[in-house]
Ligand binder design. Structure first.
Ligand code: ATP
Length: 199
């Protein structure tokens, strides 16, 4: 699995449709201060479902929509798509070409798509959980994040290692199964009670 391309339209400083293709090997993004290099990383985090606007250097949801510039009018929506080669089926879905899209409108409404079909944010999280490229993953290390990791508490460090080792998905599934078990136990207790009161 690898990232093939990123398409940005109306997101932060990218007023018009811009496609960035990632070749095999290392890609470097260079440019003057304030030219939008970090906005590219923000776009990747955002399309992967980032919910914390602080993590993508914004104060509120609409901050990610192009707000106007030299001879350019502000946009009403922003859209980012990530194209992924999934030939090796690293992502647990049938597609070999995967396109993940996130859109936001001025109203603050967010929409998510998998290969142009509408999906939920939860589906995106599940798709990338334990793959190393989810929103909680450490594939995108922003400025200052290294210091934050070094300064993490033992509990936070454990969470980082669990995500990297791929056990987080199993932990979430265990939590869900435990909740279901608890519900079933409650139902059995209710049935026992009704049975006893009838006998
Ligand atoms: P540096 O090298 O200094 O870290 P950079 O190349 O990483 O800079 P970014 O931080 O990605 O630059 O981009 C900052 C630019 O993005 C600023 O000029 C800012 O005005 C612009 N910008 C951010 N959000 C928006 C928005 N919603 N609409 C228009 N422009 C925006």
């Amino acid at each position: 699995m690898y990232l093939k391309a990123l398409e940005i339209n109306g997101f932060k400083s990218f007023a018009n449709k811009t496609v960035i293709e990632f070749d095999s090997g290392i890609t470097s993004i260079v440019g003057p201060n304030g030219s939008g290099k970090s906005n590219i990383l923000d776009a990747i985090l955002w399309v992967l479902g980032e919910q914390s606007y602080k993590n993508i250097r914004a104060k509120e949801s609409s901050d990610v929509i192009f707000s106007g510039g030299k001879n350019k009018k502000a946009k009403n929506q922003a859209e980012v798509s990530l194209y992924i080669n999934n030939d090796d089926k690293y992502l647990d879905i049938d597609f070999t070409d995967v396109k993940i899209t996130r859109k936001i409108f001025k109203s603050g409404e967010n929409q998510y798509f998998l290969n142009n079909e509408r999906i939920r944010l939860k589906d995106i999280h599940n798709l990338f959980l334990d793959t190393g490229i989810g929103k909680q993953a450490y594939s995108v290390i922003g400025q200052g994040r290294v210091e934050r990791i070094i300064g993490s508490s033992p509990k936070e460090l454990r969470e980082i290692i669990e995500e990297a080792a791929g056990v987080k998905k199993a932990k979430n599934e265990k939590e869900e199964a435990t909740k279901k078990l608890e519900n079933v136990k409650n139902e059995i207790e209710k049935i026992d009670y009704v049975e006893k009161s009838l006998s």
